[in-house]
Each structure stands twice: as C-alpha cells, then as structure tokens.
Design a protein around this ligand. Sequence first.
Ligand code: DHB
Ligand code: MG
Length: 220
Amino acid sequence: MNSETWASVDRYFQNAFLPTDEILQKVLERCRQAGLPDINVSPCQGQLLAILTKICNVKRILEVGTLGGYSTIWFARALPSDGMILSIELMDEYAKLARENLTLAQVDRKAMVICGDARSVMQQLIDDAVKPFDLIFIDADKPSNPAYLALAAKLARSGTIVISDNVVREGAVTDENTEDPKVIGVRQFCEDLKTLGWESTAIQTVGVKGYDGFSISIVP
Ligand code: DHB
Ligand code: MG
C-alpha cells in the first residue's frame, strides 16, 4: 500500500459521500491562484469537522489559523443559524482572501476573520472575558501549538472540544531527537495535553493530504 492508494481511496469516499460542491471548489481554486500553500484540510476531513460540530451541538467555534477559510466554511455550514465561528489569521492577504471566500460561500454572517497574531488575539479575547467556545480548532504554525493550547484552555469550558491538525507529520511525532521546530511544537503540545490530563486521542490519517493526523480532546 502506498500514498497513491490512500489518495485514490480518499477520492472514492469523497465521490461517494460528498456531493460536488462548486463553491468549495471555487474557494480552493482562488486559494491556489493566490499562491496560498495547499495545506487545507481535505474534503473528507472537512466533513469530519462538520459532523463533530453537529454531534456536539457546537454553537461557538474558535479557529486558530484561517488560511483561505476552507475549513472555516465547513465549520460555518455545520453551525446552527445562531452559531458563530471566529477565525484568526496572521497574514493580511490570507485574511482578506478568506473573508472574500466566506462571502462567496454565504457564511459571512456566521464566520468572522480576525487578522493578527493568534497569541495576542486570544489574550485579548481572554481579557475581554468572552463567552467560552464550544470547539477550538488549532491549525496554525506548529511551533506555537503549546502557546495556543495554554490560551485555548482559558477560552474553554468543561466539555469544550479541542482539535488540533497535523500532529503526526508523516510519523515524525515519535522522533524524540528531532530538530524540526514544527515537530518539537507538536510533541510539546502532546506532552502538555498529557500534563493537563484532558481526555485525548489522536487519529492518524492518510489520503489526498498524505500521512498526518488530528488530536481530539475534551476539556474536563
Ligand atoms: C503544515 C501546516 C498545516 O496546517 C497542514 O495541514 C500541513 C502542513 C505545515 O506547516 O507544514
Ligand atoms: Mg493543518
């Protein structure tokens, strides 16, 4: 078995379960045209995030790392009409494109992009004592994962779901001698989850996005 098999199986399930979605295709095309890195979640992963949102009756989502807004749209569509997603993006031009994409997908009433450093934005939300989020999705620069987790803990309540993308990194997560700052960030993030004692799991994924995985935790 190889990555081609994984990708074709992923496309099989995509074709079977996910209706052709011209808006999402257009969003991805606009991201490519604008030269954004092709690191959006896959369609089947987007659907997983949407299903989790629905299963958990999530109304308030915080996303760390918007990129072009692809996962933001999956989340926003899964939210009830009185739900909201706040997504934080460091890069001005990505945030601008993401806002256009949210408008294109007609979810701009539910989804808002804040442009800025996620540490500062999250700290501001804490200082403003905003209502806790029901789901927090961490999918930004991996070296900052431990910092984002510590801030997420202060924006959560008992029962909040915390999901983090890219915790496997083609298996590099097990390399305790790694010098890759992204892997170091992910490993520390996992250590911190253990220290926090949150019920957590990690699921390895293969498919059109290669070999990676999600962590999923529930705040006690
Ligand atoms: C990287 C980041 C991501 O969010 C992703 O899904 C894949 C790769 C990265 O920074 O390498
Ligand atoms: Mg990611």
